[in-house]
Design a protein. Structure first.
Length: 100
């Protein structure tokens, strides 16, 4: 099971690294080395989950600009734009304001 999880993580990270366009958002008042997420196009999001686990998950942006990250099959996180080039998220994955 661990080998399968490791293989899936490596494939997702490799796919994420192949994308040229990535927008980095950092948490206001946070540690820039771990409190960030990378938005690759409008399809992948890479971030540190609680416990300092680097995850790459599928995401989408709807017509209102709301970013939805599918963390697992059952858990999704929503970040809403606030009009000042920031996203505002909720716990447990994206609590706070995130700026470019």
């Amino acid at each position: 099971m661990k080998k399968l999880c490791y293989l899936v993580l490596c494939v997702l990270l490799f796919a994420a690294c192949q994308r040229k366009e990535a927008t980095r958002y950092t948490l206001e008042g946070g540690d820039a080395s771990v409190d960030f997420f990378l938005l690759q196009g409008d399809t992948l999001c890479t971030f540190y989950a609680p416990g300092h686990i680097l995850l790459t998950c599928p995401c989408s942006v709807d017509g209102a600009g709301v970013l939805t990250v599918q963390v697992t099959g059952l858990v999704e996180a929503k970040l809403k734009p606030d009009g000042r080039r920031r996203y505002v998220g909720q716990a447990p994955f994206f609590e706070g304001a995130w700026k470019k």
